[in-house]
Ligand binder design. Sequence first.
Ligand code: ACO
Length: 422
Amino acid sequence: MSESITITDNRTGESLEIPIVDGGVDAAEWRKLVPGLWFFDPSFSTTAAASSAITELDGENGILRYRGYPIEQLAEKSTFLEVAYLLIQGELPTTDQLASWTHEVTTHTYVHDDFRKRVFDAYHYDAHPMGLLTSSVAGLSTFYPEAKEIDDPDIRMQQIIRLIAKMPTLAASAYRFSIGMPYVFPDNDLDYATNFLSMMFKVAEPRFECPEAISRALDILFILHADHEQNCSTTAARVVGSSHADPYSTIAAACAALYGPRHGGANEAVLRMLKGIGSYENVEAFIDSVKHGDGRLMGFGHRVYKHYDPRATIIKKAAYEVFDVTGQNPLLDIALKLEEVALADDYFVSRKLYPNVDFYSGLIYEALGFTKEIFTVLFAIPRTAGWLSHWSEMLEQDSRIARPRQLYSGVGVRDYVDIADR
Ligand code: ACO
């Protein structure tokens, strides 16, 4: 069987055979036969906008791999900083490479105090931390003007390190500002996740300490959220980066895309749903109402996964480890019952609706002490590594500026009418 498709232009009778490569066909070949005829695909549902060697996602079979490594193995054996290196450099680091990478990231966590004060103080006291994070990341581009030199690999790497290092600092500052607490400086003796927890939650104790299980759970959540191929925010990063904007502006654009409730906000909706159900006994009635079209079972279903989201399996396990330390979140019983009832119900089974990454993540975040306003920020921190790996890959691919076409559906030409005559 030939690995190609043949298209025929019925207006002219001309045909063209296009090879299928890596599961896709090259639109440039299509244009040879029918120039000026565009694919109409507003949400890119049928369009591969990039060729990427970073993350492999097979939603039918519940597979997620970073640079070929299964997410299950990375979550069990790796750390977030090692995964960030893997995403960006393409290979797991040696001991020396990891030590130097960790040192670089750890020693770039500080944000100039003038910048932090002036940016944050400009906002109202109850500003949403995600709005603060987005604008402060964008503002960093003015602080590092050399970042515009995106063709220089050393300068590029310098900005990648700064961004991965400073995102937790900016995120925690945004949070502390939003609750009126004083800012906590980074502690370079702590690992990445623990340092973030320290900047978030330290009060008056001389040194922040937390059980290993807590920082490990957060590190696992960071690993699971580090990349997810061409999602909305990564696409935003690639599109903005394709204009050769500096990386801070590019990451700010990705943050803005993540801010939307369709993307970064679903775990918050899961918590609201669980609280609304209220008790274990109400689960069956709630499932019935969903089946009758009254809302959705939040944290279930996914555009790409038509199988159990592999990240949900890992998060569920991590949740138990956190609850061993923090005590069980009372909403867990409701979540477990919901999952059990839904997975035994033909409505959900026939539509291939399984728990996604957000079904259990909100429960862990809440047990760790995070408020729901900070959930999207918790997503942005690790995803920065993914965004930057796609940005780098795109620049190395010598990409053209992203510039889709449109199908014009407005009125034809008409003459201007003076305002007095309208
Ligand atoms: N609860 C109940 N029914 C659902 C759900 C759900 N969570 N999700 C989909 N369905 C039903 C739809 O009503 C539809 O039924 P129909 O064929 O009878 O009309 C069918 O399943 C297909 O639904 P679509 O909306 O076409 O699926 P799509 O792939 O567009 O949506 C989405 C995916 C948005 C994630 C959806 O499943 C949903 O809204 N889930 C709840 C929100 C959520 O958990 N989002 C987080 C996703 S993970 C992430 O973004 C990090």
